[in-house]
Design a protein around this ligand. Structure first.
Ligand code: BGC
Length: 466
């Protein structure tokens, strides 16, 4: 990241904020901010995704075409949906000013494919392009580095109608979409990501409670491979246009730890099927045997040249980290007795993040790593204009310390992004699960920075030496 995109230490507004924040934090009894042994240019940011925050889905008014989520929610009318979400589309400038006030170095967001290409390909929606022009310009104006994700799960419905991620044709349309985006913003945005969490995209086809809502386990490797193929095509297309940018992908990784000696083999298999499937393909150029066996059994085709395309140079690897799994001798994920959990039922276990990063460092030649999402859905209440979410602050602190521990053991971790900047639509779970470091009132949509967000701001300021 270039210095000019950092909050400059000479910025008077930032100085005033940071020192008054420190005073307030001491007074308010928030958790103390640690001194970190991470590099000075370590990137601190927060993440969101288009469908979870933007709203503005009306085609007549905004020109956006339907994504697979509209159909998914149409078929499940009892669920919350993203028609308004956080209304970020209409409140973007104020949201960027809030990011600036929080002192974040970087903001990770996704662009909505159906907002830009309402039918997936062909005619563009100028209004949609103009929205992202404004967002990117606002971020840069405030010295916030944009980290752009091309695909965070909102496939244009028109492409799902052509087979969605079961189709290699759709992979080609994805590369065209990537090329269009890089042509438009490649001179301004330096960090690009193809996919957010291929494993979860696959879940939409095999029965994971996500759009498009299919339930066919036999599609697992076929869809996963098409996503990898689409990633390869997109990286190739983008690099041909703007070779100097940094191109990567974001994987959600859940370390699978054995309950005892007897569960080691099952733990390894579970990891290979769900996570090494992507890591090995991207970083080694082949799939684990257990995946190849499944490909054969389910008729998933890997064509000549695919693996070389997939295993192109990655400029960085993004990791979204939320939890670990522990499996027993039968391969079943067990409930760890006494474990602390989030509202999602996910175990909180930060040391497992250090262990996973160190193990990956031993196994792969890793590109620079960014933790592109980490956070916790926890109960929050606004009282007198304040959200005292000390549990979330502890969660974030412990995970940043776990990253620091991995860094000190030689893992090249370059950044951390909190999930999420603000409370938003947790997909099919609706608005009830709140991950934000900023609270969003569901009635008024008013934003209130939670104590965790204020703590994070102080941490960043301290780390930058202010
Ligand atoms: C996704 C987010 C999601 C978060 C919490 C990640 O898997 O990228 O979109 O909201 O986890 O479930």
């Amino acid at each position: 990241m270039t210095k000019k995109h950092l909050i400059l230490p000479t910025d008077p507004e930032f100085h005033a904020l940071a020192s008054s924040a420190r005073r307030r934090s001491a007074k308010a009894g928030r958790l103390p901010v640690p001194t970190l042994k991470l590099p000075g240019d370590f990137v601190f940011g927060a993440s969101t995704s288009a469908y979870q925050i933007e709203g503005a889905v009306d085609r007549a008014k905004y020109g956006r075409g339907p994504s697979i989520w509209e159909k998914y929610f149409d078929q499940r009318p009892h669920l919350d949906r993203g028609d308004v979400a956080c209304d970020h589309y209409n409140r973007m400038a104020a949201d960027v000013r809030m990011i600036k006030r929080m002192g974040l170095d970087a903001y990770r967001f996704s662009i909505s494919w159906p907002r830009i290409l309402p039918d997936g390909f062909g005619k563009v929606n100028e209004q949609g392009l103009a929205f992202y022009d404004r967002l990117i310009d606002e971020l840069l104006k405030h010295g916030i580095e944009p980290y752009l994700t091309l695909y965070h799960w909102d496939l244009p419905q028109a492409l799902e109608d052509l087979g969605g991620w079961q189709s290699r044709e759709v992979a080609k349309y994805f590369a065209d979409f990537a090329a269009l985006a890089v042509q438009r913003w490649g001179h301004k945005v330096k960090h690009w990501c193809t996919f957010n969490e291929p494993e979860v995209i696959v879940a939409g086809y095999i029965g994971g409670g996500l759009a498009p809502g299919m339930e066919n386990p036999a599609l697992r490797v076929k869809v996963a491979h098409n996503l990898m193929y689409a990633h390869g095509l997109a990286i190739q297309a983008m690099r041909a246009i703007e070779p100097a940018n940094r191109y990567g992908i974001v994987l959600n990784l859940v370390p699978v730890e054995p309950l005892n000696e007897g569960s080691r083999v099952q733990a390894r298999l579970h990891w290979q099927r769900n996570y090494a499937i992507y890591l090995d393909a991207l970083l080694k150029g082949f799939y684990p045997d257990v995946v190849l066996d499944e490909a054969e059994a389910t008729g998933a085709k890997i064509q000549a040249g695919d693996m070389a395309l997939i295993c192109q140079k990655l400029d960085y690897l993004g990791i979204n980290w939320y939890l670990r799994h522990v499996v027993d001798e039968t391969g079943r994920v067990i409930d760890v007795p006494g474990a602390e959990k989030t509202q999602m039922g996910w175990e909180i276990c930060a040391p497992a993040l250090t262990r996973m990063l160190v193990a990956m460092h031993g196994e792969y030649r890793l590109p620079p790593i960014y933790i592109t999402e980490n956070g916790a859905a926890l109960d929050d209440a606004v009282k007198s204009g304040r959200v005292r979410d000390e549990h979330r602050t502890r969660y974030i602190r412990d995970h940043i310390k776990a990253i620091e521990a991995a860094y000190l053991k030689g893992v090249n971790v370059r950044g951390y992004f909190a999930w999420s900047l603000m409370d938003n639509l947790e997909w099919s779970l609706g608005f009830s699960k709140t991950f934000g470091i900023v609270h969003v009132d569901r009635r008024t949509l008013k934003r209130t920075v939670k104590d965790s967000g204020l703590w994070y701001r102080d941490l960043i300021a301290k780390h930058k030496g202010d």
